[in-house]
Every structure is written in structure tokens, then in C-alpha cells.
Write a protein that binds this ligand. Sequence first.
Ligand code: TRP
Ligand code: SF4
Length: 328
Amino acid sequence: MPEKKRILSGMRPTGPLHLGNLHGALANWVKMQEQYDCFFFIADWHALTSDYEDTASISGYIHNMLIDWLSAGLSPEKSTLFIQSHIKEHAELFLILSMITPVPWLERNPTYKDQIVQLSNKDLSTFGFLGYPVLQAADIIIYKANGVPVGVDQVPHVEITREIARRFNYFYGNVFPEPESILTETPKILGIDRRKMSKSYNNAIYFSASPDEIAAGVSKMLTDPQRARKSDPGDPDVCNVYEFHKFYSDSKTVDRINQECRTAKIGCVECKKIMAQNLIKALEPMREKREYYEARPQLVDDIIKDGCDKARRVARRTMAEVRAAVNL
Ligand code: TRP
Ligand code: SF4
């Protein structure tokens, strides 16, 4: 049997995960576990590139992210789950790669330019923030990953990773495969205010939310903006609540909502109540798993320790090759 392809991806621990993350990255990762040799890690050093001033919350975020991952179905039996800063080899490879990475590659990185504008409230004129893609390249190639599941915003970083790997191989001999981006489809569901679901927009439904919090979030959702009164017919095709129905309600309900919305037989309040109930039910298994892991912090620590040990073994092997190739 041919060896499984290795894929790797990471997330910065900047807060609780929401349904946008679930439908975007995480559900995809859970599926990939069946098919690939998966490495998933928490990019805590990357979180420091923009949030270096106040680091008080980071360890809590890391622990919660692990619980979010486990409750969504990432499995320590199937995947290697670890924390970036626990594998010091990433830092050594980052340093070596920084020697061969031309600064203009980093300065013209579209994500860099975009973030400097978007996060203008933070001082991002740091060495570490400019070098973000170099650290990301080290994360990826130290495991010789073949594929990197990411959203479109991260594609430039994988592109820089390929260029850095190619340059390393050109100078020192063929050590690294060039990884491919595996594009994650952006989720169709939007936030409560119909913008992209995001923690910073304050419009998210978190999958750690209680049933009451879910119901409250759903009841505030904006619907078809043309539908002012219950007697006006609505258009489910432009309604975010309907998108949620398509994910969380059975097909009979979806068809009925579609019809009754268009004919003004059902009002938005009732429609949302039905959706909220189904959403709460669909997230029930995740809530149970979360409670299980929250009651067993030692188990979560053991899972991460095992994952880090596995990752470290691979990273050490690569670094031995790297040092030999660079003649160190
Ligand atoms: N930059 C990624 C993000 O913000 C996180 C990340 C760090 C990553 N290292 C990685 C993703 C390596 C994929 C592979 O989403
Ligand atoms: Fe949206 Fe439902 Fe209201 Fe139609 S009835 S506009 S689908 S919330």
C-alpha cells in the first residue's frame, strides 16, 4: 500500500472557535483524518506576532482550542495534535530559513500588507510580524508535509513556503518537498449581522455556546432584508437563517420553510425558533464531548503531550538532515 500523504495545518489560539471555523476549517480537517497522515497544531508563536503586548490569555486560549478541536471530532488516535512552541526545532529551522529568505518576498506578501492596514490599532512594524511566513514555512516543511489545508487568505503563505523550500534545496541539496495548498471552501453561513462570521465583529455563534446562548444568537439574526412584515413574502435564497436550515434541519423542513417563507405563511420568529432547536440538537454531541474533556484536564494534557512527543520525533529527524545539509 502506498504511504499516506502527509498534511499539516495550524490555527492561532486567539479565542473560542465559532460555527464559521467549524464549517470552514475544522469539519474539513475531521474528514481528512480518514485519508491522510494528519498533523494539526496550535500556532501560539504566531499568535505572538500580533498579540505580543498582552499574553495573559494565551494559555487559556490554547487549552480551550484543544477542547474545541476534540469536541469537533479531531482524534488523537488518528492525528498528531500538538503545540508549536513545545517543539523548539521549529525555531531553529525558522532561524536557518531566515538566512536565505529575501526581505522583498516578505514585504510584497499580500497578507502582510493587508494586515498592516486592517490591524492599524497595533504596532506591527516588528521583525517577527514581517517574518510570519518564514515561521509558517518552518512549521510546514519540518514535517515534510505534502498538503496544507487552508483558506484563501493563507495561500500566499503556502506559496512563500514553496519558494523558501525550493531555495533551500537549491543551495543545500534536496531535503524538502514543496507543499501544495488544499483550499478549504469558505462557509456559506454568515454571522448574526450577515457579515462574515468573526470574533472581532462580535457576530459569531460559538460552538461552546449553551443552548440558551445559541437561541439568543439565532433570535438576533438578520433575515431577508426586504421582508419588513410577516405578511410580506420572503426570499429564503438571500436569508442567512435559511442557509443554517440547510445545514441543520432535515430536507422536509427545509422544503417547507422555503415554500412557507415565499408565501408568507411562516414568520421569521417562528422560522428561527425551529432552526435554533435543530442547531442546538445538532451541537449536542459536541457539547457532551466538551463536558467530558472539561472534566478531565489531565487527559487533555496527556493527549497533547503524546502529540508533541510524536511531532518532536519527526522534527528532530528533519533537523538532523538540515544541519548536515547546511554543514553545521
Ligand atoms: N497562519 C495560519 C493562520 O493564521 C496559522 C498557521 C501557522 C498555519 N502555521 C501554519 C497554517 C502552518 C497552516 C500551516 O490561519
Ligand atoms: Fe429567512 Fe425564515 Fe424569515 Fe424566510 S421565514 S426570511 S427563511 S428567517
